[in-house]
Design a protein around this ligand. Structure first.
Ligand SMILES: [Zn+2]
Length: 479
């Protein structure tokens, strides 16, 4: 029997506001434990929460960027449960009337573009953090840090329309890119500001009823989400094929063992006794507020990718890489405005530039590079002033010093040698020094030409014009 996977993803995105969702405490990361706290976020008796308007702005941005319908009236609800990192004994979330419903995220799959519909987007507060003395099982005590308590989150829930781990990964990357473009979340999965849980089930292909699902947690990278989904789909199919069944439960991804392990049987919504929070009035959003936010939405990643392909005639792969960061995409456009060879500029950005950025773990705006630097290197190469190889060397100097490439070319004497007589002299010397290889070439093994080109380039320290070297060598080697 052939099976099909049914996957729905729940993302928790930490919002980049300066203060928490219901009090004025800072959201700054890395402060001393429990220093970002006040009576409100630690749940002292008699305090009242006040909604942070910025959180609503950010939620509206996410809703509008995904084509969701904004509810004119939404309600905060209490989700009741006990855990030491939750001082109030309930989390303020949204349940029956979330801020937005519907909408979609589009992804590119092997089978073309696919739309993954969204169920809902809602606002909620984060819980605190427990720090165990050692590995949980060995710990005699745990400490609690409330700095993260009540940091604003957006929960974004997809419909169960994802059919493979690859689609799941593509959906998450696209959603992350959208939130980062909107500048409302830093999208860092490893640091926990973009978290994902997955609901997974399998069913015989062609069947419309859903199978029993499990919920996967603890996947802290895009790669781990894909691996966990792959493993869990295989595990469920295996259980069914062996005559067993899938149990509804929550499972944890064990990164080291590369498998999912059972954590607890899945709780149902009624276990939380959701009810409207009596301390917060219903949130009303008028048309003016929505319009103001709509005007602030920038061009989104997928639209930018499509435009880059169309406008600059670069491959889909290039536009995807360049548009992963809004800053890099802007940099590319600014460089192309200076020198129009878009493909060559894209090549330099995707290889040399990204390699350095990844190595130094910085964004392009944090370097000494400017769009004119990159345009200048490509222009000098296009005009035959330098070879591509020298272009890469110049890039390294520019990256380290921020100096102008044209200045570097002149100062270091890197101008390409296009003097025919000079090259011919060196080429003849190289041929004379390798009579065996010259004979081989003349006997018809044309591949040997590469060897001679290499020798001439070495003699000229890479500065000879390669096209000219090829031409001259061919002429001199003719029998
Ligand atoms: Zn507070």
């Amino acid at each position: 029997m052939e099976f099909e996977a049914v996957i729905g993803l729940e993302v928790h995105a930490q919002l980049k506001t300066d203060s928490k969702i219901f009090c004025a405490c800072s959201t700054a990361f890395g402060r001393q434990a429990n220093s970002n706290t006040c009576p409100v976020c630690t749940g002292m008796p008699g305090v009242l929460p006040v909604l942070n308007r910025k959180v609503v702005d950010f939620a509206l941005k996410a809703a509008l960027a995904t084509g969701s319908t904004v509810r004119r009236e939404s309600i905060f609800a209490r989700k009741n449960y006990f855990y030491p990192d939750l001082p109030k004994g309930y989390q303020i979330s949204q349940y029956e009337l979330p801020i937005a419903e519907g909408g979609f995220v589009e992804i590119d799959t092997k089978g073309g573009r696919k739309r993954i519909n969204l169920t809902r987007i809602h606002m909620e507060e984060d819980a605190g953090k427990l720090l165990h003395e050692a590995e949980f099982e060995q710990s005699h005590f745990s400490l609690v840090d409330f700095n993260r308590t009540a940091v604003p989150l957006l929960e974004i829930v997809s419909e169960p329309e994802i059919r493979s781990p690859e689609e799941g990964g593509a959906y998450l990357r696209m959603l992350r890119d959208i939130l980062v473009y909107l500048d409302i979340c830093d999208g860092n999965m490893e640091e926990g500001s973009f978290r994902c849980d997955a609901n997974v089930s399998v069913r015989p292909r062609g069947q419309s009823a859903f199978g029993t699902k499990t919920e996967l947690k603890n996947m802290n990278s895009f790669r781990n989400v894909e691996k966990a989904l792959e493993y869990e789909i295989g595990r469920q199919i295996g259980a069914i094929e062996e005559g067993g069944q899938v149990i509804q439960e929550t499972r944890l991804w064990d990164v080291a063992a590369e498998k999912t392990v059972s954590m607890r049987t899945k709780e149902e919504a009624h276990d939380y006794r959701y009810f409207p929070d009596p301390d917060l009035v219903p949130l009303e959003i008028d048309e003016g507020w929505i319009e103001k936010i709509r005007e602030s939405i920038p061009e989104l990643p997928l639209a930018k990718r499509d435009r880059f392909q169309r406008e600059y005639n670069i491959p889909a792969y290039d536009s995807e890489v360049l548009c992963q960061s809004r800053a890099l995409a802007d940099f590319f456009e600014a460089a192309v405005a200076v020198h129009g060879n878009a493909k060559a500029i894209s090549n330099l950005l995707m290889t040399e530039v990204l390699r350095e950025l990844n190595k130094d773990r910085v964004d392009i705006t944090e370097t000494k590079l400017t769009p004119s630097h990159i345009a200048g290197i490509v222009k000098a190469t296009d005009e035959g002033v330098i070879s591509g190889k020298i272009g890469k060397e110049i890039f390294q100097i520019v990256y380290q010093t921020g100096d102008d490439p044209v200045k570097i070319i002149e100062e270091k004497g890197l101008r390409q040698v296009s003097d025919e007589a000079a090259i011919e002299k060196i080429a003849q010397k190289v041929i004379d020094a390798h009579p065996g290889e010259a004979t081989t070439y003349r006997e018809g093994k044309k591949g040997v030409l590469g060897f001679f080109v290499g020798q001439v380039m070495r003699e000229t320290k890479g500065k000879a014009n390669p096209a000219l070297v090829n031409e001259i060598l061919k002429r001199l080697l003719e029998p």
